[in-house]
Design a protein around this ligand. Sequence first.
Ligand SMILES: CC(C)(COP(=O)(O)OP(=O)(O)OC[C@H]1O[C@@H](n2cnc3c(N)ncnc32)[C@H](O)[C@@H]1OP(=O)(O)O)[C@@H](O)C(=O)NCCC(=O)NCCS
Length: 204
Amino acid sequence: MHVLIVGAGGHGQVVADILFHMDALTPIAFVDDNSELHGRRFLGCPVVGHVAERTRVAYDGIVIAIGNNFIRSSLHLQLAQEKIITAIHPRATIAHDVAIGAGTIICANAVVNTGSRIGRSAIINTGATIDHHNLIGDFAHIAPGCHLGGDVTIGEGVLVGIGGVILPQRTVGAWSIVGAGAVVHRDVMPRQTVIGVPAQQLSP
Ligand SMILES: CC(C)(COP(=O)(O)OP(=O)(O)OC[C@H]1O[C@@H](n2cnc3c(N)ncnc32)[C@H](O)[C@@H]1OP(=O)(O)O)[C@@H](O)C(=O)NCCC(=O)NCCS
């Protein structure tokens, strides 16, 4: 299946590499609304134009490879009529009963344990571990090297920054940000930013 990648930045290039590792999928081109990238090639694939110009190439499905959770959610909804591809690196370890929503990206060395559910267009980044019975919301991003205990709930659009730790049974509310390296030991309300060990709200 030929896959068009929406987003030619760093994350888009990581996603292209994941697709090259998947037997059934072949990345063929990028689109990106940053016109400075047009005409460039990454991993051998050209950046053919803006998102609206995507029919310049023939493709069977698209993957939305934008790191920013809000922009990725908007594009997912805007492009809902397309066949949205889920990309999973073959060296990710995922329990057989895990449910994964359309458009989600799971990177190399990530682990997702039994009973977990991951929503649409989420990112489980390199080396992140999601223990048993987690609920990861649509458009969330669990950054590289994060560790989530069992029965954790991560709301829609949450970013858990690089190396973040969420203790078991905690909930991080929708569209919150957990700063890099933070240890969340109490529930986080929606739309909060928390940092540090133990995690505390970042003063406005
Ligand atoms: C938490 C975060 C969102 C704050 O960003 P910000 O609002 O731009 O905040 P600032 O950089 O202005 O920093 C504000 C204060 O918080 C501190 N701070 C920022 N991030 C911190 C972190 N992760 N841990 C501890 N302290 C942090 C800063 O030192 C600064 O302190 P000061 O006021 O005493 O000088 C950001 O630093 C972060 O950790 N983002 C995660 C990025 C990431 O992992 N992305 C995934 C990439 S794959």
